[in-house]
Design a protein around this ligand. Structure first.
Ligand code: DOR
Ligand code: ZN
Ligand code: ZN
Length: 420
């Protein structure tokens, strides 16, 4: 007797698109096959529908503590689940920032009470907290170390590479980089006399991320290290990654907004598309899409960075950078599948199995017997035109308003329990 049988679902097993029944018991996928006689407490008819693992967003800013007027762990994870994301990794630029074991424990305690899906927490590397990171590495809920090579929202900047070298040597963890390099940002900060959203990409030019990526790769000479480049945004970074041999495992992610927008969209969206790193030109966007399809980019992650419209409507210099993305990530990628621009298998990889592997979560991310039953059921024949009123994130808006995406999921299960 299973708890749930998902009947005749289209899914991906071992890299093949197949139609299978999936039996779930005690929060795990127990059996994948054809179930004629087996019984279950509940049956979910899935004919003609796509059963996908819950997506894993390895990069989100849930703003708790300190910024809960724009999001908190409860509202952010609720938005995630409604859009087919069942694991979120939260970033440390909160207030206070997550730089100590006690700050990490505060977040895991809040999450234990309020999270609607599974969650892990990055901690930031500072010049003085390597010992804290070492302790944190064995605490449940710790996701990895975030390194900010350039200043952005939250100001946890690392300008000296010594702490990085020490941390890489001592902390057995995934290291994720915001690779805009501060020295390049400083060099260009006065390049525009009267900057506005349309010139944001000039003040933070592609060189900032290509130089930062080069610096990261200088540290990728040892096997056993896991280095991850957040939000690649330019063709130049992809070239640096292609051209640099590394002994360490090096991975990267791309966001929906860098795949969708260019700096030309700032004419329409103004500060609503002010984001770090900036959206760049059409050639960059094209290169990102190609690299996502051919595997040079391993993961899609939101960099969900909610700010209120009131904050975004401030004059350019004081408007915060960042765009929300949890509401739209999976529907956006599945829209590429609908349009024939990405295979179903590739969508499963970039949203589920690759982020699970990169972040070391071997209990989820694939439709496979023995793995946790984090699942979402999709109807690939239907679409969704994004309206502001659809946005569940507390910030209450999206730069994707007006876009047509794949419709949101018909059902979502976290460790076997139905949440949507
Ligand atoms: O645009 C950004 N917003 N880039 C970041 O690195 C941080 C983020 C935020 O937290 O708002
Ligand atoms: Zn970043
Ligand atoms: Zn971020």
């Amino acid at each position: 007797m299973y708890d749930t049988i998902f009947k005749s679902a289209t899914t991906v097993v071992d890299g093949e698109v197949v139609v299978r029944d999936v039996g779930v018991t005690s929060g795990r996928i127990e059996k994948i096959g054809t179930m004629e006689k087996e019984s279950a407490r509940r049956e979910v008819p899935c004919e003609g529908r796509l059963l996908m693992p819950g997506a894993i967003d390895m990069h989100a800013h849930l703003r708790e503590p300190g910024g809960t007027h724009k999001e908190d762990i409860s509202s952010g994870t609720a938005a995630a689940v409604a859009a087919g994301v069942t694991t979120v990794l939260d970033m440390p630029n909160t207030n206070p920032p997550t730089t100590t074991v006690s700050a990490l424990r505060e977040k895991t305690a809040i999450a234990g009470r309020t999270a609607h899906c599974r969650i892990g927490f990055f901690m930031a590397l500072t010049a003085r907290n390597v010992d804290q990171l070492e302790q944190a590495a064995s605490i449940p809920g710790f996701a990895g170390v975030k390194v900010y090579l350039g200043s952005t929202t939250g100001n946890i900047l690392l300008t000296d590479v010594d702490p990085l070298e020490t941390a890489l040597a001592r902390v057995p963890a995934l290291f994720a980089f915001h690779a805009e390099l501060e020295s390049v940002l400083q060099r260009h900060k006065d390049d525009v006399a009267l900057p506005d959203a349309r010139s944001h990409h000039v003040l933070r030019p592609p060189e900032a991320v290509t130089e930062g990526t080069r610096l990261v790769l200088e540290h990728a000479s040892r096997p056993g290290l896991r280095l991850h480049l957040c939000h690649v945004s330019t063709a130049g970074e992809l070239e640096v990654l292609d051209d640099t041999p590394t002994a360490s495992e090096v991975t990267c992610e791309v966001t929906p907004h860098h795949l969708r927008f260019t700096h030309e969209d700032a004419a329409r969206l103004d500060n609503r598309i002010k984001v770090n790193p900036p959206v760049q030109g059409k050639a960059d966007r094209k290169a990102l899409r190609a690299a996502l399809a051919d595997g040079r980019i391993q993961a899609v992650a939101t960099d969900h960075a909610p700010h209120t419209l009131e904050e975004k409507n401030r004059p350019y210099p004081s408007a915060p950078s960042g765009v929300p993305g949890l509401d739209i990530m999976v529907p956006w990628v599945l829209r590429l599948v609908q349009e024939g621009k990405l295979t179903i298998q590739r969508a499963f990889e970039v949203l589920c199995s690759n982020p699970a592997r990169i972040a070391g979560m071997d209990d989820r991310g694939r439709i496979e017997e023995g793995l946790d039953a984090d699942l979402a059921l999709w109807d690939l024949d239907s679409t969704w035109k994004v309206e502001r009123s659809d946005i569940n994130s507390r910030c209450g808006w999206s730069p994707f308003e007006g876009d047509t995406l794949a419709a949101r999921p018909l059902g979502v299960w976290v460790q076997g329990e139905r949440r949507v």
